[in-house]
Design a protein. Structure first.
Lengths: 616, 191, 338
C-alpha cells in the first residue's frame, strides 16, 4: 500500500516540468560571486601583439582585431563616470527578429546588418543625430527562413578594401561599397534546398574573405570557403567531412594527438556514406595569427543529433582547425568532441593570447567550448595545455592532456528508447556563439554564457533534403543554482574563475572590455549593463525596449567622444520563444529551449533597435 | 425456471447485438484503399474554403482513430517534428495554439502541406500521397484539440514534453496575420 | 554475387522453416526436448484415457459396496480394497512427480545451454523490429565497414552469431525455427540471442509476437553460407549504389528521387537517406521483397509498389500512382541495385 502511494507521488513529480522562478528573478540584483581577488597588475596574459593593433577609434570587424580580443583602447568612459552614460541616439531598424550583429565603425560611418532580410544600414556619424546615409537590401529568398534552425540571425559585417562584406541567410556573400552603398560583387556559395544557410560574420584576412555555412541540424555538408576580396570568386573550399583531398589535408597536416592522425578519417569514421550529410559547418568565429599565418576556427556538430545513426568518431565535426588563409590547407586539427552526443559544436571563439607558462611566454588560444571546458591550445601545434570546466559538467569526466581524449560519462549517453536526464551542460553548451572579450589591463577574459542542463531522448530520423535532420527530443532546464546565465571573469593563465555574475536568463549577448576598466554586456530582459572589470560590480544599467543578444562595440565619434553601441532585439536560439511566437506548453519546442524559457515572453517583447550611448 | 432462462437469453442476445452495432462506429473504421478528395481541394486558395468543397467540418479523417494514429506516425516520419516540434514550433510556427496564419479549415491545412507556403514551409505534393496528407491534416488539427476527442491519440511512450493530444483542451482557432518582420523600408539607396 | 546466389538455388540448399528439422545446436536442443516430452506425454495420455474409459465402461451393480444393516442402506468399507486403491493413487502421484521433475531438469538444462554465451568469436548482428519489416545491421569496429540491410540475414556456417534485438515501435519476436527458439524484440530494451547454423541453407523465420495487422506476413530469411561466401557477400554490401548506365534504369533513378520513395527509403551513394522503410541499396539481390512475402521478380515489384495495401493491407507504405512507363523504369532501377 505504501509502495503504491510512493509510486503515485513519484508520478506526480515527473512529467512536464512546472515553471520555476530562478534565483535573481526580476527585481532582484544578480548575485556576484567573487571567487579569488585579481592579482595586482593582472594575470600576466597579453593579447598576441602581431594579432592586434593600436587603438584607432574604429571597430572594423565584429571581433575588433585578429586576436578576437573585443577590447577597446578608449578610456573616456571609465569606472568613475560610466554611471552617467545615457543614450545618444537610437535607430529602429524595422526588423523584429533576433539581432546578433556587432555594429561596425569605419571612419565616420557606422554599418549594421539586421536579421533576415539582412538589411545593411549605413549611418553618417558626422551628421547630427547620426543620420541614415543609405540602406542596402540584398533581397534574400523568403523560403530561406524555413532553413534556419535558431532564428534568422546575422552576426555582422566586416570592412576591408573600401567594401562592407557580409553573408545573407540564403547563402550569398555580398560586398557593398562603403561610401555609396552599391553592390560591388555577390557570390552564391550554398543552396537552401540542401538545408544550407549563412549567419556568421566573415573574417577578411589579407585578400581572402573567409566564410562558412550553417546547417548542422539540416544534414548539410559543412565547409569553410576562401573568396577573393576583389572579385568574390571562390578560391578554395575546405569541407569538414569526406576524404582528405576535400578537407584540404595534405603533406603539411600535423595533428598533435594520435587520435587525429591517419588518412581519410573524414570517411572512415562514419558508417557508409553518412559523412555526406554529416554536418560540420562553420557558423561561428575565426581568429587569425599573422605571425604563424594561421586562421583558427571550429566546426559544428555532426548530424543527426541521434548518435546511434552515426557510430564512429565522425571526423571532422566538432573539430578545431588551424589553416593557412591563402590556400585553406590544414596545418593542424584537434577534434574536441569525437562522436558528439549532445550537440556540442566547436564553433565558439578563440582569443589569441600570450601567457606566462612554466616560466616562459607561450603563445596560446583560449577557446570556451560548448562541452563546458575552457581549452588553452598551443597556437603552433594544437597541444592542449589545459582544459578546465567553467560550468558544472555531467556529460563527461575530464580531458586527458596526454592523449587529448574526452572521457565521456557513459550514463549520459543517449540511446534509442531511453531518456537520459540531467545532462549538463545542455545542448547550447556551457557557452554558445556569444563571444567573450579580453582586457590586457586586467588579463581577464569576460565570458558571457549560460547555466543549463537538459533531459534528452533520441528518435530515429530520416534525412529528407531541406528538412531538419536531428532525431532528438530535448527539454532544457536551469542548471545548479537556478540562474540560467552567468558572466564570468576568467583567469586564462591559471584557468580559473575570478568573479562571476549570476543572471536570471542566459547571457546571450557578447561582452565588450574597455581600457576604462569597464565591461559591457546585455541581458535577455533588455538591460544593457556596465560592470567593473576587476570585480564584476555593477556600475550602470539601462533598460532597452527588447532583450539584448547583440555584440556591444565602442568607438570614437567624429567629435572625439567615446560611444558604445549595441543592437537590442531578442531572439536567437534562446529567445526563439519570443521571436517565433512559440507555444510554452511544449517544452521540446525550439530544440528544447522553450522548456527553460517559458517566462521570457512576460519580460520582453520583440525588438530591433540600435542603441548608441555616450557620456554627457 | 424455463422463463428465467429465456429472459436471460434475450438480455444477453440484445447486449451482443448492441456491441456489434457499436463496433461499426466511424472511429474504428480502417480503410486501406481510400480516395479522399485531393486535387480539387488542394487547388483552394490559401485563406478561404468554399462551402461546397465536399470536405466535412472535420475533414475526411477528423473522427477516425486509426487515421489520427497514422497521422502522428507520419508527423514524425516526415520530419514535421523537426520544424514544429511536438506542436510548440521552432523553426516553424506552433501548431498546438489557436493562431493560424494560413487558415485552419482542413482544406486550408491540406493546401499548406501540399503546396507549401512562403516564409519556409516546403511543398510535399509530389512526396506524399493525398491520403497521407489528410491523415496529417487530421493529426495537426488534433494538436490544438480540433476534431473528435474520443479518436485522438494519447500519451507517447517516451519523454513527456507536452500533454497528450487526448488531454488537450479545444481551442477556438483564429486566423492571424503574422506581424511583419520588416516595416517596408524606405526605398533602397539614399533616403 | 546475386548470380552466385541464384545459381546456388539450383543446388541442394537446405530450405526450411521447421522446428523439427534443426540445423544448429540451439534448435537441436529444443528439438531434443520435444522428442523427450512427446513420448512421455503420449504414453501418459494413453494411460490416463485408457483408465478413464475403463472406469466409464465398467459395469457396476447399483448396490455394489452397500449393505443393509438395521433396515437402512449403509456404505460398507472394504478395508483391503481401500488400501489397494490408496497405494495405486499414491503410486501414480509419485510417478507423476518424478516424471515432471525429470522433465523440469531436462528443460532447465536446455534453457541454460541456450543462453550461455558462445565461446568463440561470434559475428555481431543488430536486428531492429519495425511494423512490418526487419532492419538488420552488421556493426564493425571500423565504422565505415558497417553493413545496413533489411529482411534477409546472411550468416556464416559453423560460426556463432550474436544478435542484439530491439524494436522501434511495438513488441515483435524473432523466430527461425530451424535455428533457434523465440526471442522478443522489446521497444526500449536491448536483448541478445545467439545461435549457429551448422548446414548451409535458407532458413525462414517469422515474427512470433502479434504486432499489428500484418504480423502474419512479417517473415525473415536467414541464409547460412560458407564463411568465404559470407565474407564476399558482406564486402559486396559495403559498395554504394552506382549510377546505372542503361537509360531505363537511369530514368528510374530520377523517378525514385522525385516521388514518394525518398521520404522513407535509403540508397547508399545517393541523396536518399530516410529510415522509415527498409534500406534498398542492394534490394535487387534479395530473394524476396515485402518482408519475404513475395519473390523478388519484376512483376511482383511492380505490383507491390503500385499498391502495397492490396498485398499487405495496413503496412505503412502507401500506394504509388505512377505512369506505367515510369513504374517500369523504377522497377528497372531497383533491379539494378544488386
Amino acid at each position: 500500500m505504501s509502495a503504491l502511494c510512493g509510486c503515485a507521488l513519484a508520478l506526480l513529480g515527473c512529467g512536464v516540468d512546472s515553471e520555476r522562478t530562478p534565483a535573481g528573478a526580476e527585481g532582484q540584483e544578480p548575485h556576484i560571486m567573487l571567487q579569488k581577488p585579481l592579482p595586482p597588475g593582472g594575470t600576466g596574459a597579453q593579447i598576441e601583439a602581431a594579432a592586434t593593433a593600436p587603438e584607432d577609434g574604429q571597430w572594423i570587424r565584429p571581433a575588433k582585431d585578429f586576436a578576437s580580443s573585443r577590447f577597446s583602447g578608449l578610456n573616456e568612459i571609465n569606472t568613475s563616470n560610466v554611471a552617467q552614460l545615457k543614450p545618444a541616439w537610437t535607430f529602429p531598424t524595422g526588423v523584429l527578429r533576433g539581432q546578433e550583429a556587432a555594429p561596425i565603425v569605419v571612419g565616420h560611418m557606422m554599418y549594421v546588418v539586421t536579421a533576415y532580410p539582412n538589411l545593411l544600414y549605413a549611418f553618417d556619424l558626422s551628421k547630427p543625430g547620426a543620420s541614415l546615409k543609405w540602406m542596402y537590401n540584398p533581397k534574400p529568398l523568403t523560403s530561406s527562413q524555413g532553413e534556419a534552425c535558431c532564428d534568422v540571425v546575422n552576426r555582422g559585417a566586416s570592412y576591408a578594401d573600401g567594401k562592407i562584406i557580409y553573408a545573407t541567410l540564403d547563402n550569398n556573400v555580398v560586398a557593398v561599397d562603403a561610401e555609396s552603398g552599391k553592390e560591388v560583387w555577390r557570390t552564391k556559395v550554398g543552396d537552401i534546398n540542401k538545408g544550407e544557410t549563412m549567419t556568421m560574420a566573415p573574417l577578411i584576412v589579407k585578400d581572402r574573405v573567409l566564410v562558412g555555412n550553417s546547417g548542422g541540424e539540416m544534414g548539410v555538408r559543412g565547409w569553410l570557403k576562401g573568396l577573393d576580396l576583389k572579385t568574390g570568386a571562390v578560391k578554395w573550399t575546405a569541407m569538414h567531412t569526406g576524404p582528405d583531398s576535400v578537407v584540404l589535408i595534405g603533406q603539411s597536416f600535423k595533428p598533435f594527438y594520435k587520435k587525429d592522425q591517419g588518412a581519410d578519417l573524414g570517411v572512415k569514421s562514419w558508417p557508409g556514406t553518412t559523412w555526406q550529410i554529416g554536418g560540420g559547418g562553420v557558423w561561428g568565429w575565426i581568429s587569425y595569427d599573422p605571425a604563424l599565418d594561421l586562421v583558427f576556427y571550429g566546426s559544428s556538430n555532426p548530424g543527426p543529433w541521434n548518435p546511434e545513426q552515426r557510430p564512429g568518431d565522425n571526423k571532422w565535426t566538432s573539430t578545431f582547425f588551424a589553416r593557412h588563409p591563402e590556400t585553406g590547407e590544414a596545418i593542424w586539427a584537434y577534434q574536441i568532441n569525437p562522436h558528439d552526443l549532445h550537440d556540442y559544436d566547436g564553433v565558439n571563439e578563440s582569443i589569441l593570447l600570450d601567457i606566462p607558462w612554466n616560466g616562459s611566454k607561450r603563445g596560446i588560444l583560449v577557446h570556451p567550448d560548448r562541452n563546458g571546458y575552457m581549452y588553452a591550445l598551443d597556437r603552433a601545434t594544437g597541444e592542449v595545455l589545459y582544459a578546465k570546466p567553467y560550468v558544472h559538467i555531467t556529460s563527461s569526466d575530464s580531458v586527458d592532456l596526454k592523449t587529448g581524449e574526452l572521457a565521456l560519462n557513459p550514463t549520459k549517453e543517449p540511446k534509442l528508447g531511453k531518456t537520459v536526464r540531467d545532462v549538463c551542460p545542455a545542448a547550447p553548451g556551457g557557452k554558445d556563439w556569444q563571444p567573450s572579450s579580453f582586457s590586457p589591463r586586467t588579463g581577464l577574459m569576460y565570458v558571457p554564457h549560460q547555466n543549463l542542463c537538459m533531459d534528452e531522448q533520441p528518435t530515429a530520423v530520416s534525412y529528407i533534403s531541406g528538412t531538419p535532420y536531428v532525431g532528438m527530443d530535448v527539454r532544457m532546464k536551469p542548471g545548479i543554482g537556478g540562474n540560467r546565465g552567468f558572466v564570468t571573469g576568467w583567469n586564462p593563465v591559471t584557468g580559473s574563475v575570478v568573479w562571476r555574475i549570476a543572471e536570471p536568463f542566459p547571457v546571450w549577448s557578447g561582452t565588450l572590455a574597455t581600457a576604462g576598466d569597464v565591461v559591457f554586456y546585455g541581458t535577455m530582459e533588455g538591460w544593457f549593463k556596465a560592470v567593473d572589470a576587476r570585480t564584476g560590480t555593477l556600475l550602470w544599467k539601462y533598460k532597452t525596449t527588447s532583450g539584448i543578444i547583440g555584440q556591444p562595440v565602442a568607438y570614437r565619434g567624429p567629435d572625439g567622444k567615446e560611444y558604445v553601441a549595441v543592437m537590442s532585439g531578442v531572439g536567437g536560439w534562446s529567445g526563439a520563444i519570443v521571436a517565433g511566437g512559440l507555444d510554452p506548453r511544449d517544452s521540446s519546442a525550439a530544440l528544447g529551449f522553450v522548456g527553460a524559457m517559458r517566462d521570457l515572453p512576460r519580460v520582453t517583447p520583440k525588438g530591433g533597435t540600435l542603441y548608441v550611448f555616450s557620456l554627457r | 425456471m424455463c422463463s428465467r432462462f429465456a429472459d436471460r437469453a434475450v438480455r444477453a442476445g440484445t447486449a451482443v447485438i448492441a456491441i456489434a452495432a457499436l463496433a461499426a462506429c466511424p472511429r474504428e473504421r480502417r480503410t486501406f484503399h481510400d480516395s479522399p478528395p485531393a486535387a480539387s481541394v488542394a487547388a483552394e486558395s490559401a485563406k478561404s474554403v468554399r462551402s461546397d468543397s465536399g470536405v466535412s467540418r472535420e475533414g475526411p479523417y477528423g473522427d477516425n482513430a486509426y487515421a489520427l494514429y497514422q497521422g502522428k506516425t507520419l508527423f514524425a516520419a516526415f520530419n514535421c517534428m523537426g520544424c514544429h516540434s511536438h506542436g510548440g514550433g521552432g523553426m516553424g510556427p506552433p501548431l498546438m495554439d489557436s493562431a493560424w496564419i494560413y487558415g485552419y479549415e482542413p482544406a486550408n491545412i491540406y493546401a499548406t502541406i501540399a503546396n507549401g507556403r512562403p516564409n519556409g514551409m516546403p511543398s510535399f505534393k509530389n512526396r506524399i500521397t493525398p491520403q497521407q496528407i489528410w491523415e496529417l491534416v487530421a493529426y495537426v488539427r488534433s494538436m490544438s484539440g480540433q476534431g473528435s476527442k474520443a479518436a485522438r491519440t494519447s500519451r507517447n511512450d517516451e519523454m513527456e514534453v507536452r500533454a497528450a493530444e487526448s488531454q488537450t483542451t479545444t481551442e477556438k482557432p483564429v486566423l492571424v496575420t503574422p506581424p511583419p518582420t520588416v516595416n517596408p523600408p524606405a526605398q533602397e539607396g539614399h533616403p | 554475387m546475386a548470380g552466385a546466389l541464384l545459381a546456388c538455388a539450383g543446388c541442394s540448399l537446405h530450405n526450411t522453416q521447421n522446428a523439427l528439422d534443426a540445423s544448429g545446436p540451439q534448435s537441436q536442443r529444443i528439438e531434443g526436448l520435444w522428442w523427450l516430452f512427446l513420448p512421455i506425454a503420449a504414453v501418459v495420455w494413453v494411460i490416463v484415457i485408457a483408465v478413464m474409459l475403463w472406469g466409464a465402461a465398467r459395469k457396476r451393480s447399483p448396490r455394489e459396496g452397500m449393505e443393509t444393516r438395521g433396515g437402512a442402506e449403509v456404505v460398507v468399507r472394504d478395508e483391503a480394497r481401500d488400501r489397494r486403491m490408496t497405494r495405486i493413487v499414491a503410486g501414480g502421484v509419485i510417478v507423476t512427480v518424478v516424471i515432471l521433475f525429470l522433465m523440469l531438469v531436462a528443460d532447465f538444462r536446455v534453457g541454460q545451454a541456450l543462453t550461455m554465451a558462445p565461446g568463440t568469436q561470434a559475428v555481431p548482428i543488430k536486428v531492429t523490429g519495425h511494423q512490418f519489416w526487419w532492419e538488420v545491421q552488421y556493426p564493425d569496429s571500423v565504422p565505415n565497414k558497417t553493413v545496413i540491410t533489411a529482411n534477409e540475414i546472411h550468416i556464416p556456417v559453423g560460426v556463432p552469431v550474436v544478435m542484439e534485438l530491439t524494436s522501434l515501435d511495438v513488441i515483435h519476436s524473432f523466430w527461425v525455427p530451424s535455428l533457434t527458439g523465440k526471442k522478443d524484440l522489446l521497444p526500449g530494451y536491448r536483448r541478445s540471442l545467439w545461435f549457429r547454423a551448422d548446414t548451409p541453407g535458407v532458413y525462414r523465420g517469422q515474427c512470433a509476437e502479434y504486432c499489428g495487422l500484418e504480423h502474419a506476413k512479417m517473415s525473415v530469411l536467414v541464409i547460412a553460407q560458407k564463411p568465404q561466401d559470407f565474407e564476399a557477400w558482406r564486402a559486396a554490401q559495403l559498395d554504394s549504389a552506382t549510377t546505372p548506365s542503361d537509360s531505363l534504369a537511369l530514368r528510374g533513378k530520377t523517378v525514385f528521387m522525385g516521388t514518394t520513395c525518398v521520404m522513407c527509403h535509403s540508397i547508399s551513394g545517393t541523396s536518399a537517406a530516410a529510415t522509415a522503410g527498409p534500406d534498398l541499396t542492394h534490394v535487387g539481390s534479395r530473394r524476396m521483397i515485402a518482408a519475404n512475402t513475395l519473390p523478388n521478380t519484376d512483376a511482383n515489384l511492380y505490383a507491390w509498389i503500385s499498391d502495397p495495401q492490396r498485398i499487405k493491407p495496413g503496412v505503412l507504405m502507401p500506394a504509388t500512382k505512377l505512369d506505367p512507363r515510369d513504374m517500369q523504369a523504377l522497377v528497372a532501377y531497383l533491379r539494378h541495385l544488386k
